[in-house]
Design a protein. Structure first.
Lengths: 555, 396
């Protein structure tokens, strides 16, 4: 030791200090290992972890309101729900702009469905108003078109809005509308549409230019038509009348259609102002209800806790978070049932697996291996085969009932109902998960030396004491490993409860599947899934602490 | 154990034997009687019959007559069964006869003591056999559902249950029509084809990535080993419905939802933990000096891998692959969401069939799948043994 300290650091063959040389070798080894792992890690991250994270995000994501009703949400931010009155005219005007686009792109029904989760009736309200929105301002539009036929002419409108050949284009407005249409529809609105709003007309008639640009984008991208050949939406004409009534300075305008515009302004001055509030309320009374607006306001932020609240039977209301009405509370009950049934299944598995594992661990190797086949065969048999087998066994016209009737224990009319209820799920799932309990128990028990029990007996312990004080404590790790495994598996089971569970024997996972494929409430499905996932991850962590993931054995 | 000379096998007193035999006879008679709707007669008849047979066998007849006597019991009970229940009754009766013929001597001659420690008390002997019977019932519970499916798949009727014709073993009650349906129905054939085209590709993906990663993981210095392991194992732990939901949302964003590759990627992800677990388990016993020896003899890493390491871990790789294969082949939740009608696999088809209760063709498919799983189970078991032998973990 003293020699090495005297001569300074130990050197490797090439003269570098040994420590550094070793470190370099170690680093190379680490890198090599990581290079081998990397492809799989990336693969799992992309194909598996990313989807899970996406689902977690979906459980709080709520962009649909602000995406579909951008102007309304902006205007609504100033509204104070405490007034007890519906918001002002500006909000309704914004709502008209938003709803028109939403109705054209068929996005209003989605939004209605989304808001209906929070307040029943909003779905039909959005649907109804979306249907009638083309008729808002019908009289004004008629008057305008009667005044001059060119207001019906697609080419005239196109010339007016572009500002004629060679006019300066307002690309900022076009791009802003591209973004708006893209957020509403989720589609791509890039590319040349053969239209750029004129800068002069956009300054003169801002609302009209906005509405026409949106129309032009929709015509070119969704309908794939030529903008100049299509008559603009009613919303464009309504916007024009509003712009003119708002006192647009058309006198100083000399672009295309200047004469028609001046005539139109004279007409507009005589027309009554458009009352959007009245129009919306006429299409559905719900729009005058402050509660409706409250709901829209609460759910206008991009993130929401609404799905999670819903998943635990709560809701956001005017007075903060409160429980849902009695008849709407189902999820807590479902979580409790899932937990309860998983515990029962886990308990049944322990009770059934313990004797079998003990027998397998104590029998001579040859016999144990033979009997092991009886455990492994179900383990390797398709899940659906086993579920269909239980369907065959448990049905009212099934094997067990037939045997009972044949033996005369049950008469033909009184066949037992053993399927499509909790009993069916518990029996079938116990059978399906039993091998997952037996295998870890067996692997623990086969390591317990039989000498300990014999020693205990030779020291005077009774059979029971020897078992309970000596054997059982040594087998507890096996029980722990098996129970967590079975519990994790059963808590998220879907197929078996779906097929043999009926209505009372279903799990939370069946509800998740229902929300994904039938009710299409994906946010709620994601929230329920997140809660379930959290429970499973806690158990997984516990499993890792107790057993270690590396020690999972198969077969 | 074979060196024991002291055996506690001796003839039991007739009073004890007769009680046990009568009780057993009464118990079976109870069911036979119940089936004939005279429970009491059944119990008494069974008890008396067994007592008489017991007296005959144990005290009247000579011990040398054991074999003929047991045949006699079989014939007697078979005849009784024939009288009560036709051909099926004959077989059941014969089986009972075989059992009771053995049981009478087993009890009467005290043979049940043969394999037990001689100092056990009668209570302990009873406990021992009760325990065995309980275990037997649990094994029965494990295996019956799978066994029951098989004869039902030959049902001539479109029922999910045994018809009277089947029970009386009438050949007309059986037919291969459900198998014929499976092999001719385009739906089922399409589903079969989808399953056998998706599973191998998914298996190939998970095995090739998984084996590489397992080798990387088994080297001594891997940073974040636990975290990486947790991520790689997670597809096995996360409930399938959650994986399915996440993949459904995410894959539809990528345009993979409803495509062949979407399903393949999803299944490959689900199969990876199995490959990782089996291959790392095989690598635990891998002797690293072998690769060093190979390198010192001039082999490059690739040659070393394919000529030295791979042959040794191959059993683990194959059984991991089989696990991955069966995971994909048996998987229904994820494919339900990630796939579309074009990727309808066999389990999916079974799932819809079971939901709508269409036909026992499902049972024919189930029987075929049980056959497949028996083949797979045997293969895995053989591979495991071979691997243990190769690594010198067990002498056999």
């Amino acid at each position: 030791m003293s020699d090495t300290t005297d001569t300074g650091p130990v050197l490797a063959a090439d003269g570098t200090p040994l420590k550094r040389s070793l470190n370099r070798a170690l680093r190379a080894q680490k890198m090599r290992a990581l290079m081998l792992i990397a492809p799989l890690l990336i693969f799992v991250l992309v194909t598996f972890i990313a989807p899970i994270l996406d689902m977690l995000f979906r459980s709080v994501e709520n962009q649909i309101v602000s995406n579909t009703l951008p102007y309304t949400v902006e205007q609504l931010a100033d509204w104070d729900p405490e007034t007890g009155e519906a918001p002002g005219d500006a909000v309704f005007a914004a709502l008209y702009k938003d709803m028109f686009i939403a109705a054209e792109t068929k996005r209003h029904t989605r939004l209605g469905t989304r808001l209906n989760y929070e307040q029943v009736g909003l779905s039909s309200m959005f649907r109804g108003s979306g249907r009638q929105i083309d008729d808002f301002g019908k009289d004004q539009i008629k008057a305008l078109e009667k005044l001059d036929n060119s207001w019906k002419d697609a080419a005239f409108w196109y010339a007016l809005m572009t500002g004629g050949e060679g006019a300066e284009g307002h690309t900022a407005l076009l791009n802003a509308q591209r973004v708006r249409m893209a957020t509403v529809t989720g589609d791509d609105y890039d590319g040349d549409i053969g239209f750029v709003p004129g800068r002069a007309i956009a300054a003169l008639l801002p609302e009209t230019a906005q509405a026409y640009t949106a129309f032009a984008l929709f015509t070119a991208v969704e309908d794939e038509d030529v903008v100049a050949e299509e008559k603009p939406w009613e919303a464009v004409k309504v916007a024009l009348i509003r712009d003119l009534q708002a006192g647009a300075d058309v006198a100083g305008y000399d672009g295309p259609g200047a004469a028609e515009l001046r005539a139109a302004q004279e007409l507009a001055a005589e027309l009554p102002a458009l009352d959007f509030r009245q129009a919306f309320t006429a299409s559905d009374k719900g729009w005058s209800d402050p509660e409706t607006w409250r709901t829209i306001q609460i759910y206008s932020p991009d993130l929401t806790s609404g799905y999670f609240l819903n998943a635990v039977d709560l809701k956001q209301s005017a007075d903060g978070i409160e429980p849902r009405p009695e008849n709407e509370r189902i999820y807590i009950k479902l979580f409790k049932r899932t937990l309860f049934m998983s515990l029962v299944i886990c308990g049944a598995c322990i009770v059934l697996a313990y004797p079998v594992s003990y027998l397998l661990a104590t029998l001579p190797m040859r016999t144990a291996n033979l009997l092991m086949i009886l455990v492994l065969l179900p383990f390797w048999t398709s899940l659906l085969v086993r579920t269909s087998a239980w369907k065959v066994m448990l049905q009212q016209q099934g094997v067990i009932n037939d045997v009972l009737v044949w033996l005369g224990l049950v008469n033909d009319a009184g066949r037992l109902v053993m399927i499509n209820n909790q009993f069916g799920t518990i029996v079938a799932m116990t059978h399906i998960l039993l091998p997952f309990m037996i295998l870890p128990m067996y692997s623990v028990m086969s390591t317990i030396p039989p000498a300990y029990v014999r020693a205990a007996k030779s020291l005077g312990a009774t059979n029971w004491t020897a078992f309970w004080r000596v054997y059982f404590p040594q087998s507890v790790p096996g029980i722990g490993a098996g129970s967590i495994l079975v519990f994790i598996l059963s808590i998220g089971y879907y197929i078996t409860p779906e097929l043999v569970g009926g209505t009372t024997g279903t799990f939370i996972s069946n509800r998740i599947a229902y929300h994904i494929s039938s009710s299409l409430n994906w946010g709620l499905a994601a929230a329920l899934g997140t809660i379930l996932l959290a429970a499973v991850l806690i158990l997984y962590w516990a499993y890792d602490k107790i057993v270690g993931i590396d020690n999972v054995k198969l077969g | 154990m074979a060196t024991y000379t002291l055996k506690y096998v001796e003839k039991k007193p007739l009073s004890f034997s007769l009680q046990v035999l009568a009780a057993a006879g009464g118990f079976v008679g109870l069911f036979v009687g119940a089936a004939q709707s005279t429970m009491l007669n059944g119990v008494i008849g069974g008890a008396v019959l067994m007592a008489v047979l017991g007296v005959l066998a144990l005290s009247v007849l000579d011990e040398k007559l054991e074999k003929p006597f047991r045949w006699g019991v079989i014939l007697l009970m078979a005849a009784g069964g024939w009288y009560l229940g036709g051909l099926a009754g004959l077989i059941v009766g014969g089986l009972f006869g075989w059992f009771f013929g053995w049981f009478i001597y087993w009890i009467g001659e005290g043979r049940y003591r043969a394999t037990l420690l001689p100092y056990l008390t009668p209570g302990q002997v009873l406990g021992h056999y009760t325990f065995r019977v309980v275990c037997g019932l649990i094994f029965f519970f494990l295996i019956t559902p799978i066994v029951v499916v098989m004869p039902l798949s030959f049902n001539a009727e479109n029922f999910f249950t045994f018809t009277p014709k089947m029970l009386s073993l009438d050949p007309e009650g059986y037919s291969l029509k459900h198998y014929r349906d499976f092999f001719t129905n385009p739906d089922w054939q399409q589903a079969l084809w989808n399953s056998v085209s998706i599973a191998p590709v998914a298996t190939l993906l998970s095995v090739s990535f998984g084996t590489l990663a397992a080798i990387g993981l088994s080297s001594e210095h891997v940073p974040f080993r636990r975290a990486i392991m947790a991520i790689l194992i997670s597809p096995m732990i996360v409930p399938l419905i959650i994986s399915a939901a996440g993949m459904y949302f995410f894959y539809s964003r990528l345009g993979l939802q409803g495509t062949f590759w979407g399903v393949v990627l999803a299944h490959a992800a689900l199969g990876i933990p199995f490959v990782i677990i089996t291959v790392t388990a095989t690598l635990v016993g891998f002797d690293r000096s072998l690769t060093r020896a190979s390198a010192s003899l001039g082999a490059n890493p690739v040659t070393t891998f394919f000529r030295v390491q791979m042959p040794l871990i191959l059993p683990g790789v194959i059984s991991g692959g089989l696990f991955a294969f069966i995971t994909s082949f048996d998987e229904v939740v994820v494919v339900l969401f990630v796939g579309s009608a074009g990727q309808k696999t066999l389990p999916w088809q079974m799932f819809t069939g079971l939901r709508e209760q269409i036909s026992p063709t499902i049972l024919a498919v189930a029987t075929i799948l049980v056959g497949v799983s028996i083949v797979l189970l045997t293969t895995v078991e053989m591979l495991r043994r071979r691997s243990e032998r190769l690594r010198g973990l067990s002498p056999g």
